[in-house]
Write a protein that binds this ligand. Structure first.
Ligand SMILES: [Zn+2]
Length: 194
């Protein structure tokens, strides 16, 4: 089992902005273009435009945290909609109560509560983790499909470095990787400019 995220998200030092929406580019970069909760890359949702900004402690309940950078999560629409304005307490710093609540994706605690299996499915290691899987719909099949595709991409990239390109198998392999990366390029290239 591994972490939900391929690259652990963490906040860089960004200059203060008046509107949380102006942080989107910084969030995309700090979250490596992936949803903080489920780890899906944004290109499968149409790029940055298809992704949303989630308020970890909901802005409905904690207005003073609306533009606080460390309270913002780069989020896919499914996780953001699932989480909505749910929060287990009246205190933005108390994020769990009994068996319910949320763990901040940038914290190490996140990986203690939720994990990724080899087949791409997501499992909980705690009751709060189970609650998050339910609320954020981390059980959806699409999370597995997206993860497996990314795994294949990484594996192809690793083998490419070692293959003997002069052999017949090598040439077939090259044709396969060329097709894969051409397809991959269509999905990723300039997606935020469309
Ligand atoms: Zn997500």
């Amino acid at each position: 089992m591994v972490s939900i995220h391929r690259v652990k998200p963490s906040y860089s030092d960004v200059s203060k902005k008046k509107n949380y929406r102006d942080y989107k580019d910084s969030l995309k970069s700090d979250f490596s273009g992936c949803c903080g909760y489920c780890g899906s890359p944004d290109f499968v949702f149409g790029g940055k435009a298809g992704f949303q900004i989630d308020h970890f402690a909901p802005q409905d309940k904690f207005k003073h945290l609306e533009n606080e950078y460390s309270n913002l999560i780069y989020s896919c629409p499914i996780c953001n909609r699932g989480k909505s304005n749910k929060w287990p307490t009246d205190d933005p710093n108390i994020h769990t109560k009994d068996d319910e609540g949320f763990i901040h994706p940038c914290s190490l605690e996140y990986d203690d509560n939720l994990m990724r299996n080899r087949d791409g499915t997501i499992d909980a290691n705690s009751d709060v983790g189970t609650y998050m899987i339910h609320v954020l719909k981390l059980y959806l099949f699409r999370h597995q499909v997206i993860w497996i595709r990314e795994e294949l991409r990484e594996l192809i990239g690793q083998v490419k470095l070692r293959i003997d390109e002069s052999s017949e198998l090598g040439q077939k392999y090259n044709a396969l990787t060329a097709a894969f990366y051409e397809y991959d390029e269509i999905l990723r290239a300039n997606i935020d400019k469309r």
